[in-house]
Design a protein around this ligand. Structure first.
Ligand SMILES: Cc1ncc(COP(=O)(O)O)c(C=O)c1O
Length: 451
């Protein structure tokens, strides 16, 4: 319909102003935007906004006390001193490092390589490390580099962190779920998946797993599974993408070597982050990718070089300011974060033990035996199974009537495995909130499940 003003303009020979674009149709945007995965994350955020007084067992974020007194300026200064004394920069040259575009592979790779050697027994050269915008960017770079075409598949321990399955959807990568059990992934199922893929002319290119207190499952892979997984990777010719975000929460005497520390065949690409031990707003993570890559002629590079090349087209470089703060923190602790990790680990293990104690209290008060939960020895998460369907509708009811929030697990599962399961996170709460939150959870369970 034309307006009188448009009619007058047309009559005067003035070209009609362009009509504003009608709304874009989401179905004409990339299919990942219509994926229920994004919908469920948005729904959870929306419920948290709508019920600000609800106690939330949803966020897997580090506890705010762990960064309340962080002196960013001091860490920055410490980094500048280091750049002067160890790297030979003048004071203005060192400061320029903070403000200019930096190398795509990162600025503090040497410090991270030292940390990995000291704290995790991972022996990687600085050249094999790329500093990324959180572990999240590392997932994107690794998947983009490793998956060549539709015939290459990613196997994942199921349930799986949505950051990885979401990235796979963004990139259109086919994902094969492999059930995760308490002591590790079902390796026979993984072997069968590799063979089935090969029979159909495809290949499992990589297997993604978080061996130390996975998110959301809370499982801890035992040593036998770690060894067998590496053997299987050799035998079936795939790479292991290890996500070691929660390894630091293990009790001192229960720590197991990460897969990369056990990796004799160069099969493991190792992802890490400073989000949980320094602070998440820094957005600093890293990837160790020491695999050789054959190029034209006889030249070889490292997979890390290829990831850095990709990074030039994604985020260019990880913020040098953030890298400097994290590096300063590392330097203040003698290049090792083991002591910081131990302090943090104590907080999270106390919270986890408290959550489990409070849940046991519900059982003592007569909670239905049909409600079951696991008892992880570390990490941020407890998985709870209910005898009823757990979905967004139930979450909204839990928030509105009982004032308690949690995360439905269905979005973490590739199959239907999580339809009756919810995830409780204890990392962001104080002990009193955990006590009050479990009391509300008890009321919710009594009300919706019965005694
Ligand atoms: C298993 C797992 N991997 C990776 C990440 C993302 O880490 P970052 O914040 O460094 O991107 C998280 C964050 O919660 C996680 O739980």
């Amino acid at each position: 319909m034309t307006t009188p003003a448009q009619n007058r303009a047309t009559a005067r020979g003035v070209p009609e102003p362009p009509r504003p674009l009608a709304a874009l149709d989401r179905s004409h945007l990339h299919s990942s935007l219509s994926d229920p995965l994004l919908g469920s994350v948005e729904f959870l955020n929306e419920v948290m906004r709508r019920y600000p007084d609800a106690i939330s067992f949803a966020p897997g974020a580090p506890h705010p006390d762990t960064y309340a007194d962080l002196d960013v300026e001091r860490f920055m200064h410490r980094f500048l001193e280091h750049a002067g004394a160890e790297w030979g920069h003048t004071p203005s040259g060192a400061r320029r490092l903070l403000y200019e575009y930096g190398p795509s592979r990162g600025l503090v790779n040497g410090l991270v390589a030292d940390l990995l050697r000291r704290d995790r027994q991972v022996h990687a050269s600085p050249e094999a490390v790329v500093i990324t915008v959180g572990a999240q960017e590392a997932m994107l770079l690794v998947l983009r580099a490793l998956i060549r075409c539709d015939d290459d598949l990613l196997a994942v321990a199921d349930p799986c962190y949505v950051g990885m399955t979401g990235t796979a959807r963004l990139l259109g990568v086919g994902v094969v779920p492999v059930a995760e059990k308490e002591h590790g992934p079902d390796l026979e199922a993984l072997r069968a998946a590799c063979r089935a893929a090969r029979r159909s002319g495809r290949r499992i290119r990589a297997f993604y797993v978080a061996p130390d207190f996975s998110n959301p499952g809370g499982n801890h892979m035992d040593l036998a599974h770690r060894r067998e997984l590496l053997e299987l990777a050799e035998a079936e010719d795939f790479l292991v993408v290890e996500d070691s975000v929660y390894g630091f929460t293990a009790a001192e005497n229960e720590e197991l070597p990460c897969l990369k520390a056990m990796d004799r065949g160069c099969r493991v690409v190792h992802l890490g982050t400073f989000a949980k031990v320094c602070f998440p707003g820094a957005r600093v993570g890293y990837v160790v990718a020491d695999q050789k890559v054959r190029c034209e002629g006889a030249r070889t590079t490292l997979l890390a070089d290829e990831l850095a090349r990709l990074k030039t087209m994604v985020t260019v470089n990880t913020s040098p300011l953030s890298q400097a703060v994290v590096a300063g923190m590392l330097l203040e602790h003698g290049g090792s974060l083991a002591a910081v990790c131990r302090a943090r680990s104590g907080l999270y293990r106390r919270n986890l033990a408290h959550l489990l104690d409070e849940l046991d209290g519900l059982r003592d008060q007569g909670l239905s035996r049909d409600v079951k939960w696991n008892r992880p020895a570390g990490g941020f998460f407890v998985r709870m199974r209910l005898p009823i369907r757990v979905d967004d509708e139930l979450l909204a009811l839990s928030a509105a009537q009982y004032g308690v929030l949690w995360t439905p697990m269905a979005a973490f599962h590739l199959g239907s495995g999580g339809d009756c399961v919810l995830r409780l996170s204890c990392s962001y709460l104080d002990a009193e909130d955990i006590t009050a939150g479990v009391a509300r959870l008890g009321a919710f369970l009594r009300g919706e499940v019965g005694a």
